[in-house]
Ligand binder design. Sequence first.
Ligand code: ATP
Ligand code: ZN
Ligand code: MG
Length: 304
Amino acid sequence: MDMQTSLLDRLFDTGLLIDTGVEGLYGRSGAFEDVIARFERLIDAYGADDGAEAMRFPPGMNRAHFESSGYMKSFPQLAGTVHSFCGGELDHMSLLQCMEVGGDWTKDQKATEIVLTPAACYPLYPTIARRGRLPAKGGLYDLQSYCFRHEPSNDPARQQLFRMREYVCMGMQDHVTTFRQTWMDRGLEMMAKVGLDVTMDVANDPFFGRAGRMLANNQRDQNLKFELLIPVTSAAKPTACMSFNYHQDAFGAKWGLNLENGDVAHTACVGFGLERIALALFARHGLDIAAWPADVRKVLGYQD
Ligand code: ATP
Ligand code: ZN
Ligand code: MG
């Protein structure tokens, strides 16, 4: 049995994750959720003095905004759309007949105005653009959302619906690159505090197709994306549990995000993969939270 299957099976056996019959779509136990909540309190503590504006969006976003984002150019393979039945009674009858005989009843579903959110920061940019120019000190936002990516896998760290906590910074180049560096330092410190082995590496997004290869190489060459990697299912191939992304002025130009003086804003976002961090803790310290090292439990606020 390979290690991935074994961690996932042990998570199912202990009830920490709950099998739904679909790869990458899991229920979570109260204890699993509690680990995430406690880790988020640690994130809150690190970000407390920064004055970020908190916003929470549901896990679906405006389809028009999704279309403007260009996501389908870069990552069509990962996107999930929300479709619904929009017919009348006759259509309903043929729908039920189709289901009865095991046909493809989904082909007549119509696209709604909602697309599943692919990253927590996607609903933010059009929201901020609508406000007009950024304040002189720039913008800093605190987000958390379930995100969808169509990447079914038996690796428990690669889920189809998972939560991302993000901070997004908008402003001048120096301001946003300093923000990103600050969170890279904080990320390393936080993970060390909870007893996790971390490495930082340059990375790229999985841009689709042949043209995508060039985009990925460019992203790497320019150090636009870093990942903080932690062993989850394999020590040799650690898992990205945080990412640190500098968009230059690409999102500013795309969405019309402007500084007080009218210049196009630069943006950066840092994302915590909350399930991945919880899984890294379970993989490192064991599935019994009561038996985790005392110092780790203390940092996470468990009693004794
Ligand atoms: P990977 O290279 O592993 O696919 P990614 O580069 O796609 O990760 P980002 O797009 O930077 O990840 O997303 C931010 C964070 O969200 C990641 O660092 C990771 O912790 C988490 N994440 C991304 N995809 C998944 C997934 N399928 N399941 C669980 N967490 C994920
Ligand atoms: Zn982001
Ligand atoms: Mg990915």
